[in-house]
Design a protein around this ligand. Sequence first.
Ligand code: ZN
Length: 148
Amino acid sequence: MEKEGCVFCEIVSKKKESYNFYEDGEITGFMDLYPVENGHALIMPNEHFENIFDIELKVYLKIHGLARIVSMAMRQSLGAEGINIGQNNGECANQRVNHYHLHVIPRWESNNINWGRIEMSREDIQKNSEILRKSIDGFLDRGFKILE
Ligand SMILES: [Zn+2]
């Protein structure tokens, strides 16, 4: 059920523009519009679960299963040398949007780890979503699974 005023629910219902690289009936993968690194991606449930305390287990596992494929895709298509995966729950943990989301952040040896926002054009963010989609589809076509 969509929650009134939730920006991530609005992405699911297509009321708000987003750069998605994956979607199915339960989860959506899309680019963070305020990236801390080139290629910073998010994965969320389509249903409005607030955080780790109320998310359905199957959806939670599916999100993390996709994160593994997204990581492989980042390594293959963006040349990422490392990946950070993280997730904030509650205001004191720095959760900014109260709709569960998992961060998948590609990293490179040559860059210092940065947790502050970087400037990126919408065009480049969109390009990343297309690159990731293609690579993810390739892994799924070759039999890699999100869930067993
Ligand atoms: Zn929501």
